[in-house]
Design a binder for this molecule. Structure first.
Ligand SMILES: *Cc1c(COP(=O)(O)O)cnc(C)c1O
Length: 375
């Protein structure tokens, strides 16, 4: 094979992630690599932690990016709390809740599942009933923004109920952080993880996490070793911890961290509230445009995510052809349905840097053309 440098096409990424990366982030990532224990790099790490505290709205000391995509953040949060034989309450209303359940099982624990229909939020009453019926549960896990369906659950309520039953709560905010309010301290979320490539306008590969004191206390009182060496918080914090004495754990992805730092800076400059408002307003424009095209959204208005809008595919339309047309003719990527929703919905992402009026009008025009062509 005659290999040469890869030049990717210029796409507008309006799927479920990754979203478009801010040009300042790409520029930052192209800067020279330095050592991962260089004093200058340690200064950068401290600033990343501080910017993440702002982004998560928390004072938690243990707040840092895990080296790996959102799924590694998910696994890190779960493995540090789970011990074999434990029961864990897991909320499943889409693909990502299902992934949590799988991890719980692989850790030798027993998931107790609270389900909701795909496209709906988790019902806090059902959640509470399950905790009432299982007083031995000490850990709960739920997804804020279910990217596979476009539904938002009330994680403030779920955390509150968890504490009423003496449980530690783990919240997935991969698709919510930066796009809709996530208030770790105010909502009392014990453990929260996210991902770099959704509303943070950064490439995939890093997973911000934050742990409060209650969760750290539970980790300290474990009877067994954390089953993963790489994800053991006791070991990672020797590198990401406080003070100038940092020791080698694994070689941090230096340039990826330059990128995350710049992305968090861009977000801070815009201001979290302004970013939430931008996502909300742009969603309203999309919804109005979809209605004009005669398209229906899949999720009820009060549970709908502004950064990931799911659209019901009209009868008689081949959804894959529409996506192919948008990609080939307009360089726009939108997402397909997953699992039971395959073939039934499109997923339109308006995350981070992607969420602007120009992209929206290109996407709506492209959809209009596609609907006329394939009807
Ligand atoms: C994307 C996503 C993940 C997984 O993140 P990856 O970076 O793909 O590993 C987890 N949870 C939710 C809700 C997501 O949207």
């Amino acid at each position: 094979m005659n290999s040469k440098s890869f030049i990717p096409p210029q796409r507008i990424l309006m799927g479920p992630g990754p979203s478009n990366v801010h040009p300042r982030v790409l520029e930052a990532m192209a800067r020279p690599t330095i050592g991962h224990l260089d004093p200058k790099f340690i200064e950068l790490m401290d600033d990343i932690k501080s910017l993440l505290r702002y982004t998560f709205q928390t004072e938690n000391e243990v707040t840092f990016p895990v080296s790996g995509p959102g799924s590694v953040g998910m696994e890190t949060c779960l493995v540090n709390l789970i011990e074999p034989g434990m029961k864990v309450l897991v909320c499943v209303n889409g693909v990502f809740g299902g992934r949590m359940k799988d991890i719980v099982e692989r850790c030798g624990a027993q998931p107790v599942v609270v389900e909701a229909q795909w496209g709906s939020a988790i019902d806090p009453q059902k959640f509470e009933d399950a905790l009432k019926q299982n007083p031995d549960i000490k850990l709960t896990a739920f997804v804020h923004a279910e990217t596979s369906t476009g539904a938002r659950s009330d994680i403030k309520a779920l955390a509150e109920i968890s504490h009423k039953y003496n449980c530690i709560a783990i919240a997935d905010t991969v698709t919510s952080l930066g796009g809709i309010p996530v208030k770790v301290d105010e909502w009392n979320l014990d453990i929260t993880y996210s991902g770099s490539q959704k509303c943070l306008s950064c490439p995939p590969g890093l997973s911000p996490v934050t742990f409060n004191d209650r969760s750290l206390h539970a980790i300290k009182n474990r009877k067994t070793k954390v089953q993963s060496w790489f994800m053991d918080l006791n070991l990672i914090t020797s590198y990401w911890g406080t003070g100038s004495r940092r020791s080698y754990h694994h070689t941090a992805p230096i340039n990826a961290l330059y990128g995350l730092h710049e992305a968090l800076l861009v977000l801070k400059e815009e201001g979290l509230e302004n970013s939430w408002n931008r996502h909300r307003k742009n969603c309203e424009i999309v919804i109005a445009g979809l209605e004009k095209l005669g398209l229906k959204t899949f999720v009820n208005e009060d549970e709908r995510l502004p950064e990931l809008i799911t659209v019901t595919v009209p009868e008689g339309i081949d959804e894959a052809e529409v996506r192919k047309f948008l990609l080939e003719k307009h360089n726009i990527e939108i997402g397909a349905g997953l699992g039971t929703l395959a073939g039934k919905i499109w997923r339109i992402g308006l995350m981070g840097y992607t969420s602007n009026e120009e992209n929206i009008s290109k996407c709506l025009n492209g959809l209009k053309e596609a609907l006329a062509k394939f009807n």
